[in-house]
Design a protein around this ligand. Structure first.
Ligand code: ZN
Length: 147
């Protein structure tokens, strides 16, 4: 594990245009499964408090497995396409702008039932780890920089 990222104060990574994610990115699960269109950002950005991944699923495709997590809740933000999210077997519609928070033990999977690519972002963060946010955590620093 590299410690370079831990001391960096910021990082930038170019994931490419959303429509190119399927060709550009591919994740190899340690168990041997391969997921085209999937890119995890923890490594390229040196994330320390969350894992974020980008995904693109072709028309008519679906995740070929159901999964849960040990300690991270997940937030799914769907950007394009339409489909179906199964949460403990219960179906929920997906369309652009649909956001799900999924607790650790919930069995989840999703599919793209539309004729266009489904692009989405998944954020993983440790359940109950968020202690302050928004106005409690943010600091306004001086005057507007673009004036
Ligand atoms: Zn997951």
């Amino acid at each position: 594990m590299s410690s370079e990222h831990a001391v960096a104060t910021s990082a930038v990574f170019q994931a490419g245009p959303m429509e190119s994610w399927l060709e550009r990115h591919r994740w190899q699960h340690p168990g041997g499964m391969e997921i085209p269109g999937k890119l995890f950002l923890k490594e390229p950005l040196g994330l320390t408090g969350a894992e974020v991944s980008l995904g693109q699923m072709p028309p008519g495709a679906g995740v070929s497995f159901v999964h849960t997590h040990k300690q991270n809740e997940e937030i799914y933000l769907f950007l394009t396409g339409q489909g179906e999210m199964l949460l403990d077997g219960e179906s929920h519609p997906i369309e652009p702008g649909t956001v799900f928070r999924v607790g650790t033990t919930v069995e989840r999977t999703w599919r793209n039932t539309s004729s266009e690519p489904m692009c989405y972002v998944v954020i993983q963060a440790k359940t109950d780890s968020l202690e302050q946010w928004t106005s409690e955590d943010g600091n306004i620093c001086g005057d507007a920089p673009w004036a």
